[in-house]
Design a protein around this ligand. Structure first.
Ligand code: CP3
Length: 358
């Protein structure tokens, strides 16, 4: 299936953007920068809009989700918007009871613990994704030449929430299921891959110019388990975008980010990612070495330094940009999401530094 004629990667709006060029392996004049979790609690204008609306209700209100997505673009001048939603939205749209508890994260009404729990999971109805399509369309119409990044949670991270019932320290129960019932595990991860894959596809078809798969809990896995029991399912999530391309057969760039994934960056790349998001633990030149020098990188400012004196943070940002030069292409980002207590002016200043304006 090809992208529609009005898609920003087809009508040319975002094709020459620094983000899309860098993700396709190029070095644009301006190094692109955006921040994971740039839309959210660090912004007073976000907190104001969200006062009377629950997180997941906000995600399903197209006008509100679109406005929140646009806020950080207006404020910081970042090179991309990232769609305001959450990794558990497709889970909710597939009929699983889930809530996002402030200060904690997603909490599942009835955790999935057994093979028969897994068999009760139903696929997502295509029409359930309509509010997502609507929100993406509204957003892309406002963004002009700035690309929108769509995203989804990777199967392992989603399955961890479903099995644990909420956030957990080392995903012990989820990893136990992986060993004790490999068949139920594989069925569960395939279900997660399919809901996330359909969520990605809805965003891309409605106008997203790139996507990112977030695997936030993958750091609790060994390389071997990741390779054997997780990566094939992440590949399946990306496979929902197979065949979606422009008239010249160029696909939508795919970023793969795993927190603590430093031991298997190559595996994360080889399942079909065009660019790899690196957390703060490995310098970018080292990540580039591990990847054989051929993969565009994204990252990896340490968010712990966002509150440091400006001169300390500034030299860190300079170092990240400098080490990123080792890779074929680089999109500057943090090593993980923006912490809620971040001073937004600091983020704006980082954008100016990366753009060579300060
Ligand atoms: O700006 C963006 O990056 C886009 C929006 C976005 C959100 N969640 C909005 C959100 C994205 C990309 C996510 C992904 C997400 N959600 C991940 C993967 C990325 C990561 O940070 O590791 C994970 C693990 C989740 C699950 C989740 N949702 C957590 C852990 C939390 C935080 C709970 C809290 O209160 O600390 C959420 C809630 C959430 N998702 C918020 C936002 C803006 C905060 C909700 C609020 O305003 O109260």
């Amino acid at each position: 299936m090809s992208l529609s004629a009005e898609h920003p990667l087809v009508d040319g709006r975002t094709t020459r953007s620094p983000l899309v060029r860098a993700l396709r392996g190029d070095r644009p004049e301006r190094t692109p920068v955006w921040f994971m979790r740039q839309a959210g609690r660090s912004l007073p204008e976000y907190r104001e809009l969200r006062v009377s609306t629950k997180m997941l209700d906000a995600c399903l209100d197209p006008a509100l989700a679109s406005e929140i997505t646009l806020q950080p673009v207006r404020r910081h001048g970042v090179d991309a918007a990232v769609f305001f939603s959450d990794i558990v939205v497709p889970v909710l749209l597939a009929g699983v009871g889930v809530e996002i508890v402030p200060g904690r994260g997603p909490v599942i009404d009835e955790p999935i613990r057994t093979a028969s729990d897994v068999l009760k999971l139903r696929p997502i109805e295509p029409s359930a994704l309509d509010p997502i399509r609507e929100a993406v369309k509204l957003t892309v119409a406002e963004l002009g030449e700035t690309p929108l990044i769509g995203f989804a949670g990777a199967p392992f991270t989603l399955a961890s929430y479903l099995v644990e019932g909420g956030p957990s320290k080392d995903q012990g129960r989820a990893r136990a299921l992986m060993y004790s019932d490999p068949h139920a595990w594989a069925t569960l991860l395939n279900w997660c891959a399919d809901v996330s894959g359909e969520f990605l596809r809805a965003q891309v078809e409605s106008g997203a110019s790139a996507v990112q798969l977030f695997d936030s809990w993958v750091g609790s896995l060994s390389r071997r388990d990741y390779q054997r029991r997780v990566a094939p399912h992440s590949e399946r999530a990306f496979s929902h975008l197979r065949g979606i391309a422009d008239a010249d057969d160029r696909t939508v760039p795919k970023i793969h980010f795993g927190l603590g994934g430093g031991e298997f960056l190559d595996v994360m790349r080889d399942i079909g990612a065009d660019a790899i998001g690196v957390d703060w633990r490995i310098p970018l030149d080292e990540a580039n070495r591990r990847l054989g020098g051929t993969t565009p990188l994204q990252g990896n400012i340490d968010s712990a330094l966002l509150g440091a004196p400006w001169s300390t943070l500034r030299s860190h940002v300079d170092e990240v940009v400098d080490r990123g030069l080792a890779a074929p292409a680089h999109v500057v980002n943090l090593g993980h999401g923006v912490p809620p207590e971040t001073d937004p002016d600091v983020l704006t200043r980082i954008v100016r530094v990366v753009h060579g304006e300060e």
